[in-house]
Design a protein around this ligand. Structure first.
Ligand SMILES: *Cc1c(COP(=O)(O)O)cnc(C)c1O
Length: 398
C-alpha cells in the first residue's frame, strides 16, 4: 500500500500515483464575522488566533487533498488517531513582520521549510512540496494581513503543524496526515519587556540524547520538559538549562539555543554555542547569530555598538558547567544568552546549579552589549530596516 515515498527534498516519489500538495487548488471560505483585534499590549504569546487557518489532508490512496483556508476553529480528529495516541506531530515557528515599506515579510522561511520537511520525515509522516507550503502561507497571511501588528518587537507568529491522523491503535507509522497552518499575533515573548532570564541547570532529566529527536522540531520533545519546568519555577527560576552527560554539557535553555561570550587573553571575545550533534535544535536564530558574528569579525558588517576592532571568535564547541564555573571564577564569563524565533535574543542573568548561582553582570535595558547587538541587528533585518543577504523575504514573493 506504500504508494508514496520521500525522495528527500520534500517532494513525492510517484506523484503520478498520488497528488502532491498543490497551492493552485486552494479553496477559500472566509469567516462571516471577523474578530476584533485585541490591543497589542494585551497579547500573550500564542493565545490569540487570527481569523483563518489553512488545512489539507493526506490520504495514502489519493495523496494531498486540495488545501483549504477556513475560519480558525477546532479540527475533528478521531481520538484513536496516531498523533493523539503516539504524538507524531511536528511543527514550525516563524514570524511575519510589516516592513517600513508596508510589505509583510518572513525571515529566512526556506530554513523553516527545510526543517519542517526533515521533522516530518523523522516522524515517518508523508512528504510534501515545501514551496507549496510557502505559497499557502503567502495566501493565508495575505488574507489575515490586518493581524500583523505594526509595532516594533511585535509580529504575526506562523505555526505550520503536521500531525499523523492514521486511525487505529497499532504502534505503526501514520499513513494519513493533516497539515494545519495557524497565525497568532504576538508581542515580546516576555511581557515585562526585555529582561534577563534566570535558568536552573538540570542534569537529572534530559531534553535530548544522542540518537534521539532533539535535532528535530517534533512535539514529543517538549511535553517531558513541563514537569521539570514547573519544579524549576517553584525554585524561582524561569527556564531550564538542559544539561547532558556526566561532563554536564550545556545544550539548550528552554526552547532556545544558547550562546556564551567569554573574554580571551588577547582582549577579543569567544562567542560559543554547542555543536549540532543531534541533541541541539538547529535554530534559524542560532544560524543567524553565527553568520552575523562571523561577518562582523570578517569586516563585512559592524554589529551595533560593537567596535569593528573587537573580534568575535565564533565557535561551535562543547560547553560544560565546569567551563562556565571556571570562566566565571576567572572573571572571563561576559554574557550568556538564548536565541530563538519567539524571544529573538534574551540575556541569561543567572544560572543555578546544585544550590549555587552563576550571576552575570547587570546591564541597562536587560541585555548585555553582545546580546543587544545581535538582537538589534536581527530585528532590524526582520523588520526591513536593514537588508542582509536575502534573509527578509517579502511574503508576496513566496
Ligand atoms: C524552535 C527551537 C529553537 C529555536 O529555533 P529558531 O529556528 O531560532 O526559532 C531552539 N531550541 C528548540 C528546542 C526549539 O524548539
Amino acid at each position: 500500500m506504500a504508494l508514496w515515498k520521500s525522495i528527500g527534498n520534500g517532494t513525492l516519489e510517484g506523484v503520478s500515483r498520488v497528488a502532491d500538495l498543490d497551492a493552485s487548488k486552494l479553496t477559500i471560505t472566509l469567516s462571516e464575522s471577523l474578530k476584533p483585534i485585541p490591543p497589542h499590549e494585551t497579547l500573550l504569546f500564542g493565545k490569540t488566533m487570527s481569523d483563518h487557518m489553512l488545512v489539507a489532508e493526506f490520504d495514502p490512496e489519493i495523496g494531498w487533498s486540495a488545501p483549504r483556508i477556513v475560519p480558525h476553529g477546532p479540527l475533528s480528529i478521531d481520538p484513536a488517531s496516531s498523533c493523539i495516541q503516539y504524538g507524531n506531530t511536528v511543527f514550525e515557528g516563524m514570524k511575519a513582520y510589516i516592513g517600513s515599506d508596508g510589505e509583510p515579510r518572513l525571515f529566512r522561511p526556506d530554513m523553516n521549510m527545510a526543517r519542517l520537511a526533515r521533522s516530518a520525515e523523522r516522524m515517518a509522516l508523508p512528504p510534501f512540496n515545501t514551496d507549496q507550503v510557502l505559497a499557502l502561507i503567502r495566501q493565508l497571511i495575505t488574507i489575515d494581513r490586518r493581524w500583523i501588528p505594526l509595532f516594533t518587537g511585535y509580529s504575526l507568529y506562523v505555526r505550520p503543524t503536521i500531525m499523523g491522523t492514521r486511525m487505529g491503535l497499532a504502534v505503526a507509522p501514520s499513513d494519513h496526515a493533516t497539515l494545519c497552518i495557524m497565525l497568532s499575533p504576538v508581542g515580546p515573548y516576555f511581557r515585562s519587556g526585555v529582561k534577563p532570564i534566570s535558568a536552573l541547570a538540570v542534569s537529572e532529566t534530559v531534553r535530548a540524547w544522542p540518537g534521539g529527536t532533539g535535532g528535530h522540531k517534533v512535539a514529543l520533545n517538549y511535553s517531558p520538559g513541563f514537569l521539570p519546568l514547573r519544579v524549576a519555577q517553584k525554585q524561582g527560576y524561569e527556564q531550564i538549562l538542559w544539561l547532558l552527560g556526566d561532563d554536564l554539557k550545556v545544550t539548550e535553555a528552554g526552547a532556545m539555543n544558547v550562546f556564551v561570550a567569554v573574554k580571551r587573553e588577547d582582549g577579543d571575545i569567544d562567542l560559543l554555542t554547542p555543536p549540532l550533534d543531534g541533541t541541539i535544535l538547529p535554530g534559524v536564530t542560532r544560524d543567524s547569530v553565527l553568520a552575523l558574528g562571523k561577518a562582523h569579525t570578517a569586516g563585512e558588517t559592524t554589529l551595533p555598538d560593537i567596535p569593528a576592532s573587537l573580534r568575535l571568535h565564533v565557535q561551535e564547541r562543547i560547553i560544560t558547567i565546569p567551563d562556565l564555573q571556571q570562566w566565571h571564577a576567572g572573571g572571563k564569563l561576559l554574557e550568556a544568552f538564548g536565541a530563538g524565533t519567539a524571544v529573538v535574543i534574551a540575556s541569561i542573568g543567572k544560572i543555578g546549579f546544585k544550590g549555587e548561582d552563576i550571576v552575570f553582570a547587570e546591564h541597562e535595558g536587560g541585555l548585555g552589549p553582545i546580546a543587544k547587538a545581535f538582537r538589534t541587528r536581527i530585528l532590524d533585518i526582520q523588520e526591513g530596516r536593514e537588508v542582509w543577504k536575502n534573509w527578509s523575504v517579502p511574503v508576496a514573493e513566496l
